[in-house]
Design a binder for this molecule. Structure first.
Ligand code: 5AD
Length: 324
């Protein structure tokens, strides 16, 4: 395939179905060569929905007074992570809003405790922006990976959506995460207001430039209690195309089939496993709290950790995949 610069990427994103078909095919082949039929299942533990930020698309933003807030105790977080390991998960993702209660010291201590109890469990943190020294500290405490999506590569769209942050600061954090030796997870949303195919092309190139070891690409979903609540959701097809192109740009990256994509269309979302995606997340958050981690509106099951694990394994096997 010709060199994928921004112009070529935007051209491909706007191609008709026949024009894009070779990209899906090549992304599927690349994924097959790198990962075979395997799909990695990550345990997602959402441990606090408190957030000091005002991101205009996100239901957790601090101006949303409709949301009942919760936080797990450090002991509950460690115990849940241990249960996830016992249920067969090889990675736990600890995710929260930017909750000032969870200082770097507390997060580092939780990480150490989990590593001591489960040395083979990989730990991914996803708790927002910190100074470079803190990412290094997380690494020293035993964290393996860090997720922090760049959300959009357009500095103006970024500024309009994040009243208290900038794209430059976000990218600095991503570079700091990478420099700390943590596997670096970026990503962006498809369908944000003002976004064009050129923006998505730049989003894709940015993933390669950081460089990202993982990238979550998902459609924007309007949350009714946010300023963007009345906008249309992002396109599933465009998201699938973006994931396929990300696979070509980053052959070895872990690319999840994002939960947001599954919310819009489970069957289409499963197609991502044939055209680039090799990871899926499964919630291990205590069932009664799942509905409160409402980044965007979605339905959640009350499955226990083991039930959730067996169901997702069965779903992947039905697709001909080998769950890891
Ligand atoms: N629609 C889709 N994705 C969203 N996120 C936050 N709010 C929304 C929304 N309304 C995504 C962001 C964030 C991740 C935790 O969830 O990409 O990084």
């Amino acid at each position: 395939m010709a060199r994928l610069d921004a112009v070529r990427l935007a051209e491909l994103l706007s191609a008709d179905a026949a024009g894009f078909a070779p990209v899906f095919a090549q992304a599927g082949q690349t994924c097959q060569q790198v990962f075979g039929d395997t799909v990695k299942i990550r345990a997602l533990l959402e441990f606090s929905n408190y957030c000091r930020r005002k991101c205009r698309y996100c239901g957790l933003n601090c101006t949303n007074t409709q949301l009942v807030r919760f936080r797990l105790t450090p002991d509950e977080i460690v115990n849940t992570a241990v249960q996830a390991a016992q249920a067969g998960y090889q990675t736990v993702v600890l995710q929260s809003g930017e909750d000032p209660y969870f200082t770097p010291e507390i997060l580092g201590d939780i990480t150490k405790q989990i590593k001591t109890a489960c040395p083979n469990l990989a730990i991914t943190l996803s708790c927002g922006e910190f100074p470079a020294t803190v990412y290094q500290f997380f690494k020293d405490c035993g964290a393996d990976r860090y997720l922090l999506k760049h959300e959009t590569a357009d500095p103006d769209i970024y500024a309009a959506l994040h009243p208290d942050s900038s794209l430059a600061q976000r990218l600095q954090c991503l570079r700091d995460i990478h420099a700390a030796g943590l596997e670096t997870g970026g990503g962006f949303m498809v369908g944000l207001p003002g976004q064009t195919l050129q923006t998505i092309a730049e989003d894709l190139l940015l993933l390669a430039q950081i460089p990202c070891d993982m990238a979550g690409i998902g459609p924007f979903l309007p949350h009714p209690d946010t300023p963007l609540g009345s906008l249309p959701h992002g396109s599933v097809l465009l998201t699938l195309r973006a994931v396929a192109l990300a696979r070509l740009l980053l052959p070895h990256a872990n690319l999840p089939v994002t939960t947001a994509l599954g919310v819009l269309d489970r069957t289409l979302a499963d197609k991502v496993f044939c055209c680039g995606g090799n990871v899926i997340m499964q919630k291990v958050t205590p069932p009664s709290l799942r509905k409160l981690y409402q980044i965007y509106p979605a339905d959640f099951t009350a499955d226990t950790i083991t039930e959730g694990r067996s169901k997702i394994e069965a779903r992947l096997k039905a697709l001909g995949k080998i769950p890891l």
